[in-house]
Design a protein around this ligand. Structure first.
Ligand SMILES: C[S@@+](CC[C@H](N)C(=O)[O-])C[C@H]1O[C@@H](n2cnc3c(N)ncnc32)[C@H](O)[C@@H]1O
Length: 219
């Protein structure tokens, strides 16, 4: 990663902290905490993101643009930041413009479930951090991913129940676990797990299911 990229990532964080004074984007309000818990944390999955096939990238439930903007800067991929809250995507549009990334990064306002109707099989790489349990992330991502595309999940804790349920539903969704890795951030305390799933087959059920089914009527 170049110094310019690192500077751009820090500028993104500073703009989020500034915007956070008026709109709730993140509970983190200091540069020091943000460098660790947003920027460094977003970069934990960079190797996995670089391993995905070339093509478009989407960050689902992007909030303040983490890991989406960080990974966009580090990979140079055409990027879509997805969030259902227009207040958040409007702020991100301004931040992207100010960072000079408007040719590469855009936002999509709306529910992830509905996005798959407009952009089926459009993406080679998807990330999600602090969005939902693994089986829901698989259900959200499968109709959006090209064959061979990858879902990179950023997780703090994965219970055995959550992990095993994802393995139970992955075949039905045409997805397959390809890697799993845990690390501590540089504070030596914050534990992160990166799980990668690949789209390997057509899903055996019709996707996307109606809005809210993934969370309210889980598979
Ligand atoms: C807890 S925040 C995480 C934000 C960011 N990924 C991070 O880790 O800092 C979850 C975000 O997902 C968005 N979200 C939740 N469900 C969604 C859905 N079905 N479609 C689109 N966005 C959704 C929320 O509006 C919120 O901004």
């Amino acid at each position: 990663m170049t110094e310019d990229m690192a500077a751009l990532m820090q500028s993104h964080l500073e703009l989020v902290i500034e915007a956070n004074k008026t709109t709730n984007l993140t509970r983190i309000d200091s540069l020091e905490d943000g460098l660790l818990l947003h920027v460094e944390d977003s970069l934990v999955g960079l190797d996995e993101c670089l391993s995905a096939p070339e093509g478009k990238y989407a960050d689902l439930g992007t909030g303040g643009g983490f890991p989406g903007i960080t990974i966009a800067i580090a990979t140079g991929r055409p990027t879509t930041l997805v969030d259902t809250r227009r207040k958040k995507t409007a702020i991100l549009d301004g931040i992207v413009e100010e960072l000079g990334l408007a040719d590469q990064v855009s936002t999509h306002t709306g529910r992830i479930e509905e996005m798959a109707l407009e952009h089926p099989k459009a993406f080679s790489l998807i990330t999600a951090r602090a969005l939902a349990q693994l089986s829901v992330l698989l259900e959200f991502s499968s109709p959006l991913l090209k064959m061979g595309g990858r879902l990179v999940c950023y997780k703090a804790q994965v219970s055995d129940g959550e992990f095993n349920h994802a393995l139970e539903v992955q075949d039905m969704l045409g997805m397959k676990l390809v890697s799993q890795r845990s690390v501590y951030l540089s504070d030596g305390e914050t534990f992160r797990t990166i799980l990668v799933f690949e789209k390997t087959a057509r899903p055996r059920i019709k996707l996307p299911r109606p809005v809210s089914y993934a969370q309210k009527k889980p598979l």
